[in-house]
Design a protein around this ligand. Structure first.
Ligand code: 5AD
Length: 509
């Protein structure tokens, strides 16, 4: 086999040493097609989905095509998640398998890790999997195309870039519509900020995503307008904690004659009693042609009266809130550094339902946080009943290296976590079933998104309260706001008939 040995000399920042490594090259990326194809597999949250979309759009703009699977791609990128160990293991196993297959039969395929695990593990990933060519951190997504170019052209060998970059929160901008930048999509995600300053004791995100940095309102509104111009009807504003929007601006941000000091609101956003986030919602609500606004995720402690009030005032803001509670026990909430009590949380849910009785409320819950007793867990069970969530994502606690909770005493045994997880899911499902059943017989408005994921012969859309409705329809319904009569409910799904068709047939018949 032909090949070259490369000697790399690297300054190791963490250890403060020079490191030397060698690797054997038998790969020749210059032989890649003029328009290489790329396959991006995404793990984790909606922010990751959005980052992958932006990277894909940037690559398409540079002439890449999108491959349907890893088996035919010239470039395979895994956009990773670090929030739980399972997500990391999945991506590592995947890369191991992909690398083995590539080594066997397609040696000139380029492999990369992006995102949160890339950020937290950096060079370690290449030491462990030497076939990997690229490790791109969470502030460097926009550099992916350039690095790929450099590797393909032979200017760079392996690349690890996990540096901070000022202004990176404004670089996740490009959108890809159904695989091509020109086609239409009904819904879109818009990243309004990056990073997190909350430092919940269980959570790795502040370490992988960096400090909170917000984009400006004009910048976000311009992106939303562009999307609406391309046919988007519903926009979800994304951020790790969107209710902290505007508390900290990018250090690179300045407007003429205006130099905000870090941690303060820009002068035009200093409206008393109104957070920057609510002002952003107002600005997006003004966009003509946009039908619906959603956002995720807020922090419960950021749910002030101005935000509750916004649901009454802003007609485009959908009646749905994903409010991560994490635990129903005040003792555990304190250990988690969540900044609210069970009572305060339930008070917010009540206020929201008072403002909009139909409000859909979902949550995230962690079971088995260190020291969680049966009594603590029962507090969570009872909170779930009291809050009557429409749905909840239940996670088993996973210790994350470098987080304060990872060194707390009294870990909960795995079998106890599994048992509590099962018990909580049962309660969540029971309550969810009942909440969905209550919609049967009602008329709801949906925005039709496209073929149903469960049954592609049918179509699906979402209610304003964020419930999926499946119905018999045709492609011409895509993008329409339709009134539906809900006829039946299933597992976290509603089934319905378009009200207009019924009314027409009644009139005709
Ligand atoms: N273990 C388990 N679940 C976690 N989450 C965040 N960190 C951890 C962890 N260490 C959950 C939280 C969060 C969701 C995105 O992931 O519930 O809201």
């Amino acid at each position: 086999m032909f090949g070259v040995w490369d000697l790399e000399v690297l300054w190791n920042l963490e250890l403060g040493i020079w490191s030397f490594s060698t690797r054997f090259h038998s790969r020749n990326f210059a032989a890649l097609a003029a328009m290489p194809s790329v396959y991006i597999k995404t793990y984790g949250c909606q922010m990751n989905e959005r980052d992958s979309e932006a990277v894909a759009a940037q690559l398409v703009a540079k002439g890449y095509t999108l491959a349907q699977s890893e088996h035919v791609a010239d470039v395979i990128l895994l956009n990773t998640c670090s929030v739980r160990d399972l997500a990391e293991q999945k991506a590592l196993n995947k890369m191991e398998n992909v690398a083995a297959a590539v080594r066997r039969s397609r040696p000139n395929v380029l492999l990369g890790f992006m995102g949160c695990m890339a950020q937290s593990r950096g060079r370690e990933l290449i030491d462990r999997l030497p076939d990997v060519d690229l490790v791109i951190g969470t502030q460097k997504f926009h550099r992916t195309a350039d690095y790929l170019d450099d590797i393909i052209a032979g200017r760079l060998d392996q690349v690890v870039d996990v540096e901070e970059e000022s202004g990176s929160e404004g670089t996740v901008r490009e959108h890809l519509f159904n695989g091509t930048p020109a086609a239409q999509s009904v819904t879109a995600f818009v990243s309004i900020m990056q990073g997190c300053n909350q430092y919940c004791t269980f959570c790795i995100v502040p370490y992988t995503r960096g400090a909170e940095r917000s984009r400006t309102i004009p910048d976000i509104v311009a992106e939303c307008r562009e999307l609406v111009g391309r046919g988007v009807k519903e926009i979800t504003l994304l951020g790790q904690i969107v209710t902290s929007y505007g508390k900290r601006w990018s250090s690179s941000f300045s407007l003429a004659g205006d130099s905000p000091s870090p941690g303060t609101l820009k002068p035009e956003l200093q409206q008393p009693g109104k957070t920057a986030f609510v002002q952003l919602l107002e600005a997006v609500n003004e966009i003509e042609g946009l039908e619906r606004i959603r956002f995720t995720s807020p922090h419960p402690k950021g749910y002030g009266d101005d935000l509750v009030e916004a649901y009454r005032r802003l007609p485009k803001l959908c009646e749905s809130a994903h409010l991560p509670v994490q635990s129903g026990s005040n003792r555990i909430l304190k250990l988690m550094h969540r900044g609210y009590t069970r009572e305060r949380f339930l008070g917010i849910v009540e206020k929201l339902r008072c403002a909009k009785p139909e409000m859909g409320v979902t949550t995230d819950i962690i079971v088995g946080f260190p020291g969680e007793t049966e009594a603590d867990f029962e507090e969570t069970l009872s909170l779930v009943s009291e809050a009557a969530f429409d749905n909840a994502f239940v996670f088993k606690y996973s210790p994350r290296k470098g987080t304060p909770a990872a060194t707390l005493p009294d870990p909960v045994p795995e079998e106890v976590i599994a048992e509590r997880h099962g018990r909580l899911l049962e309660r969540v499902n029971e309550i969810g079933r009942e909440k969905y059943r209550r919609d049967v017989g009602r008329r709801v408005q949906i925005l039709v998104e496209g073929p149903s994921r469960k049954n592609p012969a049918r179509l699906e859309g979402r209610t304003r309260t964020n419930k999926i409705v499946v119905f018999e329809g045709s492609e011409r319904h895509r993008g329409q706001l339709l009134d539906m009569n809900v006829t039946r409910s299933g597992s976290f799904t509603l089934y319905g008939d378009p009200a207009i068709l019924n009314d027409e047939s009644e009139t005709l018949g």
